[in-house]
Design a binder for this molecule. Structure first.
Ligand SMILES: Cc1cc2nc3c(=O)[nH]c(=O)nc-3n(C[C@H](O)[C@H](O)[C@H](O)COP(=O)(O)OP(=O)(O)OC[C@H]3O[C@@H](n4cnc5c(N)ncnc54)[C@H](O)[C@@H]3O)c2cc1C
Ligand code: FES
Length: 291
């Protein structure tokens, strides 16, 4: 059992957890992920490593509520326990002296960019991070990314903070301005990673993306996370999650990720209904007790 030592809300439906997992934290490296389970019959969900506090054996993960299991996890409290935290899984990020690196994060893809930016900086690279969100209130990990980077640039879709536009608006401007970029890594929603890859394709800038297809076992056995990279079948859990972005078949990946949407929605609706009933019951009990 893995205890939640700290938890806070970063923005609407997004929570940060610090989980006691000393053995995992000792071995984990930037770019890897874990698989969590909440309850004996819980679903296994993959989550990226957002931070590693080796001194205190604490793992940081950031969970966005998008369905039944992420919703149930985000309702857990400090002192509660995850039944399993399996990992570290996947191949760590490729870290070497590239020169000028641009680390791009969107949404819950921002936290896993932090340890990667730090590792690249520690390896002697100049690190420019670009993070983006739909609007100012949804921006997370600004301080953390600022600490791990030489320069932090921010975009919001609605222009409420930083550059008005997408992360690729900033990246394109850097390219147009003739800034020297030796390597790009992007983590975030599939359309964002695809847009980054299209921006760097023509100037031939080496670009890595961290793929997040549906996963089940996380050990290369079930085939759920199958993706096509460079015309070859790869399993994101063991061959990735990072791949050469210019080689990834994003259209196939998007189609595969939509396969269970109908069932996922049914499960989430039922979860929200039960959650609503539970809250109503608790409120009634409190009211009766206070009479
Ligand atoms: C390597 C990896 C790292 C990840 N890291 C994080 C993280 O740090 N933080 C975080 O919040 N989420 C992360 N995810 C996504 C997370 O695993 C899913 O959001 C979660 O499994 C959804 O479970 P659910 O039961 O709540 O929702 P479901 O009912 O399973 O799905 C609800 C919605 O989310 C979409 N979805 C389902 N699985 C995924 C997925 N793997 N990636 C993206 N969308 C998905 C579905 O298409 C559907 O629209 C990661 C996924 C992978 C593969
Ligand atoms: S999750 Fe099963 S093979 Fe990757």
């Amino acid at each position: 059992m893995f205890e939640i030592i700290d938890k806070c809300e970063l923005c609407e439906k997004v929570h940060q957890f610090k989980i006691k997992a000393p053995h995992l934290v000792e071995k984990a490296k930037a770019g890897q992920f874990v698989i969590l389970r909440h309850g004996e019959n819980g679903e296994r969900v993959p989550m990226s490593i957002g931070g590693l506090d080796r001194k205190n054996g604490l793992l940081t993960i950031v969970i966005q509520e998008v369905g039944k299991t992420s919703g149930a996890m985000n309702r857990m409290k400090i002192g509660d326990h995850f039944t399993d935290v399996v990992g570290p899984l996947g191949i760590p990020s490729h870290v070497e002296k590239f020169g000028n690196c641009v680390c791009i994060g969107g949404g819950v893809g921002i936290p896993p960019i932090r340890p990667i930016a730090q590792a690249l900086k520690d390896a002697g690279n100049k690190v420019i991070s670009i993070i983006g969100a739909r609007t100012k209130n949804l921006l997370i990990f600004q301080e953390e990314l600022s600490e791990a980077s030489d320069r932090l640039l921010i975009s919001t879709d609605d222009g409420s903070y930083g550059t008005h536009g997408f992360v690729t608006t900033i990246l394109q401007k850097m390219i147009d301005d003739g800034e020297k970029i030796d390597m790009v890594i992007a983590i975030g929603p599939v359309p964002m990673m695809k847009a980054v890859v299209e921006t760097t394709r023509k100037p031939k800038i080496k670009t890595f993306v961290s793929l997040n297809p549906i996963m089940v076992d996380g050990t290369g056995m079930c085939g759920a996370c199958r993706v096509t990279v460079g015309g070859k079948t790869k399993f994101a859990c063991v061959d990735g999650p990072e791949f050469d972005g210019h080689e990834v078949d994003f259209d196939e990946m998007t189609k595969r990720m939509k396969m269970y949407v109908k069932y996922e929605k049914q499960a989430y609706d039922k979860f929200l209904h039960n959650d609503h009933c539970r809250l109503e019951k608790a409120a009634k009990k409190l009211e009766q007790e206070s009479k």
